[in-house]
Design a protein. Structure first.
Length: 227
């Protein structure tokens, strides 16, 4: 694969993971991920203006969040402790609810959710099988772009994003079906009041090829009428 092809594959994978959340993450499992991943996800949410308004962050808290984001580059393990120092208990609780809404059924893989909903081993196995199926389909999208030009890949992105959204809805429905009615009710309750967050816009279409300089017509020379 060429360098440009590898870069595009990474970008496409990132877009896919953004749509499918934790279901498509390589190496994921129903027993959850490292705790710092969840804390970092919460910090990323805190950089969203709508989330900041929802939590009614003060100007001082906004500055502290920005500072923490910069510090995260050097020390990933400090996020959880720092967030408890910056946010109130009510803000932390609401942030957890918003994060749960954003992750959707993918959050069912988290240890805290497995415990909260009392998921059985059979249910965890079903969720793992669903996760593996989604990951395989994600890889198909990545494989389809191999050997294509940059223009061809960019032209495919709108179609791929539509299919990804369809896959997300299908996956959500199948994951929810794994839960019992009581677990579904609890899962919904844990998400709190619904909040609508802006989704990133689709990638721009490929720009038209620029005509080489030697093929462009030279502008007509202006005549000096004063002569």
């Amino acid at each position: 694969m060429t360098r440009s092809g590898a870069i595009f594959a990474c970008a496409l994978t990132a877009a896919i993971l953004g749509v499918l959340s934790a279901y498509a993450q390589p190496g994921g499992s129903p027993v959850g991920r490292d705790a710092s991943d969840g804390e970092n996800a919460g910090l990323r949410l805190l950089t969203n203006n709508q989330v900041q308004k929802e939590l009614q962050l003060t100007d001082e808290q906004r500055v502290q969040i920005l500072t923490l984001t910069m510090e995260l580059r050097e020390n990933r393990g400090m996020v959880g402790q720092r967030l408890t120092e910056i946010l109130t208990s009510a803000q932390l609780r609401r942030l957890k609810e918003i994060r749960l809404q954003v992750e959707g059924p993918a959050a069912l893989n988290r240890p805290d959710m497995i415990k909260a909903l009392d998921l059985s081993l059979v249910q965890c196995a079903q969720l793992r099988a669903l996760q593996d199926q989604v990951r395989a389909r994600v890889q198909e999208f990545v494989d389809r772009t191999k050997g294509m030009s940059t223009e061809e890949r960019q032209a495919m992105m709108p179609e791929i994003l539509v299919k990804l959204e369809q896959m997300r809805k299908e996956t959500t429905g199948r994951a929810i079906e794994v839960l019992t009615p009581q677990q579904r009710e609890m899962f919904e309750k844990l998400q709190g009041a619904k909040i609508s967050l802006d989704t990133p816009p689709p990638p721009p279409k490929a720009a038209p090829k620029e005509v080489p300089a030697e093929k462009k017509e030279a502008p007509a020379e202006k005549t000096d009428k004063s002569q």
